[in-house]
Design a protein around this ligand. Structure first.
Ligand code: HEM
Ligand SMILES: [Cu+2]
Length: 629
């Protein structure tokens, strides 16, 4: 019965110095290992988080007092658009994809994701898509119509730079990346689970990642289509969103929010999954009401598709429509409340260890509840009429996304860092980070609710001194700097631990799920032999008594031949080709015009070049697969 989840000896020694470094770079560029891909996802997301955070600090500094003119108004629009777009699509979502990549396969006892090369393609399309969008700052101006890009602001006569084209094409790449990743997560969780790992024994983080993946697959097409129509409007003379030509700007809002509302659950559900792992571990109890936590996640995902027009209460829909969408929005509060009761039930009577991961998880509950209650207010049409498009909305969304999603992600970092690196993060620095963030988040986002009620509109560049908004704005700006300091402290903590952190061992928190049963960091093949699972908390039951609810809680299967897919450069080349083609597409309008006057433009050449790279990479990829690598 004894489980030996050991490691096999290392097969290869790395040279030192520059050669070693180059080998590492090439290793990462060609890797198909879900853990390395996960680490790259997490690292890139953190860089984007810092960039998006810098943009936020610039915005907050400009708003710190009335009548300031520190940034040009035009740049201000670009900053708040890129801030929102970055945080949503290049920070929170890929953080979730990073943890999902690293831990979902290990937690279900698999060797890798179902489609390892496709997984690499997801990573590279995300990275190139993000870089592509940021290139806009240097190529004539970044997108500037807000992260929701409402028509008709986005049409070519209002948004004259190529910024919106960058936004549309870059976001298409990020959407492709998310769709591929989502399919991979679903197939992995449904098909590659270890023997005995029934659906209702899957860790809750896996559950939430699966629900999230379904949301992505079902909602992304809506925004993809909306963006293609916008691209046509801007470049080919169609009028999908132009009212005076018979189009409808509200079509954009419907298509966008049919994606946009499920998207908010895409951001929060994985964080809910993380804290559903952290809370029981540090309360030293099983999660209270496992099935309720899992099924309420499904209910939230399902209801999430019925409420999108609550973002549009004030556009003049008939009252009965507003009422229906209000009802749906209020209903979502029920499964959300169920989860919150279950988390509190998990803490109740627990033998609690207040580690940094645990503090962030508890902080999540408190701050998410504040954000959720703000949401319930906004879900009431008469209330929303008063506060839509004010700072109240900004307060609400930041409580759920920073106080909720990002704080949950941080809990995940403190929890899983020792597994990923073999070293502990400093608890003292971690707790300081926690204090900086909770104080900073409260000072920055709580007063926004008040300012919203006082009438301060969102997306304004500056305001007059006699509005009475100065004091709170100054406090908010101060709070924002505290959040920034916390993020830098976290970075310092990570770098310090990587060099000289305390060695963690395989199971520093007395964990319950399979990732703690292998070494830290885990070997490429995760487990030397396949784990056989007989419990919802296989490793915990194995350590504390051995029995699961059917036979042994955890056994290791017979030795077997380990097959791992070989590295491949082609996913990266393919993603690069897509970026090249997108670059050509950017100048579609100039192309249409140059055709009209009959001279040749370089753009079709660039598009063609991109397509050739894509086809070349796809062919080589296919050859590798047929060669059985
Ligand atoms: C009980 C649950 C919730 C309800 C009833 C709710 C309701 C609303 C409503 C009605 C709005 C539109 C406000 C307006 O524009 O006038 C809104 C905005 C928003 N909510 Fe929620 N919300 C809930 C939970 C969440 C969660 C969990 C998240 C994300 C993790 C979230 C993220 C957002 C975002 C990002 C916006 C702003 C969108 C924009 O930029 O215009 N909400 N919420
Ligand atoms: Cu919504």
């Amino acid at each position: 019965m004894a489980a030996h989840v050991g490691t096999l000896p290392r097969t290869r020694k790395k040279p030192e110095g520059l050669t070693g470094f180059l080998i590492t770079v090439i290793d990462y560029m060609t890797t198909v290992d879900h853990k390395r891909i996960g680490v790259m996802y997490l690292g890139a997301s953190f860089v984007f988080l810092l960039v998006g955070g810098l943009e936020a600090l610039l915005i907050r500094t400009q708003l710190g007092a009335s009548n300031l003119k520190l940034i040009a108004p035009d740049l201000y629009n670009q900053l708040f658009t890129m801030h929102g777009t970055t945080m949503v699509f290049m920070a929170v979502m890929p953080f979730n994809a990073g943890f999902g990549n690293y831990f979902l396969p290990i937690m279900v006892g698999a060797r890798d994701m179902a489609y390892p090369r496709l997984n690499a393609l997801s990573l590279w399309t995300f990275l190139f898509g993000g870089l592509f969008m940021y290139a806009s700052f240097l190529l004539g101006g970044a997108p500037n119509a807000g992260w929701f890009s409402y028509a008709p602001l986005t049409e070519s006569n209002y948004s004259v730079t190529h910024g919106m084209d960058f936004w549309v094409l870059g976001l298409q790449m990020l959407g492709v990346s998310s769709t591929l990743g989502a399919i991979n997560f679903i197939v992995t969780a449904l098909n590659l689970r270890a023997p005995g790992m029934r659906i209702n024994r899957m860790p809750l983080f896996v559950w939430m990642t699966v629900v999230t993946s379904f949301l992505l697959v079902l909602s992304l097409p809506s925004v993809s289509i909306a963006m293609i129509l916008l691209l046509f409007d801007r470049n080919l003379g169609t009028n999908f969103y132009i009212a005076k030509m018979g189009g409808d700007p509200l079509l954009w809002q419907h298509l966008f929010w049919f994606f946009g509302h499920p998207e908010v659950y895409v951001m929060i559900l994985p964080a809910m999954g993380i804290i559903s792992e952290v809370l029981p571990t540090f309360a030293r109890k099983p999660i209270f009401g496992y099935s309720f936590v899992a099924y309420s996640g499904i209910a939230i995902g399902f209801l999430g598709f019925t409420v999108w027009a609550h973002h549009m209460f004030a556009v003049g829909m008939p009252p009965i429509v507003n009422a229906a969408f209000s009802l749906g929005s209020m209903l979502i509060g029920v499964p959300t409340g169920v989860k919150i009761f279950n988390w509190i039930g998990t803490l109740w009577g627990g033998n609690i260890r207040y580690s940094t991961a645990m503090l962030f998880a508890i902080g999540f509950i408190g701050m998410f509840v504040i954000g959720g209650i703000g949401g319930v207010f906004l879900g009431s049409p008469p209330v929303d009429y008063q506060i839509t498009d004010t700072y109240f909305v900004v307060g609400h969304l930041h409580y759920v996304l920073v106080g909720g999603a990002l704080v949950g992600i941080m809990s995940g970092f403190y929890y899983w860092f020792p597994k990923m690196t073999g070293r502990l993060l400093s608890e003292a620095l971690g707790k300081t980070h926690f204090v900086l963030w909770t104080t900073g988040i409260t000072l920055t986002f709580l007063p926004m609710h008040l300012l919203g009620i006082l009438g301060m509109p969102r997306r304004i560049y500056t305001y007059y001194g006699d509005m009475g908004w100065d004091t709170w704005n100054l406090i908010q700006t101060f709070g924002a700097y505290l959040i920034g300091a916390g993020a830098l402290l976290f970075l310092f903590n990570v770098l310090k631990s990587l060099r000289s952190g305390e060695v963690a061992g395989n199971d520093p928190w007395d964990g319950a799920t399979l990732e703690w049963a292998t070494s830290s960091p885990p070997p490429a093949y995760n487990f030397a032999t396949t784990p056989i699972v007989g419990s919802r908390r296989p490793y915990w039951d194995h350590k504390h008594g051995g029995q699961g609810d059917s036979g042994a809680a955890l056994e290791m299967g017979a030795p077997e031949h380990i097959h791992l897919p070989s590295p491949s450069i082609w996913p990266m080349v393919l993603a690069f080709g897509v970026m090249v083609a997108m670059t050509g597409m950017l100048y579609m309008k100039d192309l249409a015009e140059s055709w009209a006057i009959g001279d040749m433009s370089v753009n079709p050449v660039v598009v063609l070049l991109g397509v050739v790279i894509v086809l070349f990479a796809a062919m080589n990829w296919q050859n590798e697969v047929s060669a059985g690598k």
